[in-house]
Design a protein around this ligand. Sequence first.
Ligand SMILES: [Zn+2]
Length: 356
Amino acid sequence: MDAFYFDGRSSRRHAARLDALPGCLSLTLPSGEQRRVPLADIRVSEPLGKAPRTLRFSGGDFCEAPQNAELLALLNTIGYRQSVAVRLQSRWRWAVFAFVFLALTTGAAHRWLLPWGAKIAAPHVSLSFMDRLSAEVIMMLDGQLLKKSRLDGARQKEISEGFKKLAVADPELASRQSYLRLYFRDFSQPNAFCLPGGQIVLLDKLVELSANNDEIIAVLAHEIGHFRERHAVRRLIQSSVVGVIAAVYFGDISSLLSGLTTILLELSYSRDMEREADDYAIAALRRQGISPIALANALKKLSAAHEKRDAAHENKEKRKDFRAIVSGWLSSHPGSDERIHRITTAASQAPEDSGK
Ligand SMILES: [Zn+2]
């Protein structure tokens, strides 16, 4: 068949003739020069639509031939076999199968492999790095949303002491004790949240909503549970891995680093994590001689308060701005009813196996 020959040094093309022999290719140039190239020295490009195929030789020179039946017959005669991937690509059944397989494995990796990997990796993430990142988030929140707490010093001290008792009672937290800090802030919603660096922020409205200190301590115990199991770090790793993969594919790494704090703001915990933090709180409260019912009561009040707010906002246009994201995040404790039921059931059981 007719083809074009390139010597690999200049861009000039030469008309050439290709002949097939078993196990090798015979190349004839217009000058009359003839060469035999063994199959092992030829690399054939993958077919791409109607684009010409390239036959590269080991010396750096190559031929370009049209993608047609003649070329396929020639390649067949010299004994060239397409790679498995190319053969599969050309059959639509396999292409559909590969697509479905890829979608399923990606989904499974996201659902199971990623959380599993994040759980293993989380303890190895530097806490002082998380501390700095979280400090930045608090600064951002202080500048835009959160206000100075209106609670008086005596009330803050009372709550801080209860918080400290919770942390000290858990030997598992001994090495991370210094990272656990309580911040009092004021915001329009009642809540408490924990940042991956160990900063736990308690909002005034939650204190106002609570009937007694036990309910506040119960919520703080739940937040300590999130810190102890490194839930925020795990979620951060999960989101970052997805971000890294997207960045590699779309070629934008720089935005990823600046986006870490934004990722942190959009984090929410999974149901499993909430359950884990609840179980921790139940055991921690029992260690303090407080009934876990306090946590169920606090949750009831919180979810009622958030429902009221959601109802008030229902008719308004859904805004996806900074404030809306943060408000959503501050109330991201999913499945309240189910959790209240679990806690109430646990509270009614004998506490002998609470890990005292
Ligand atoms: Zn939670």
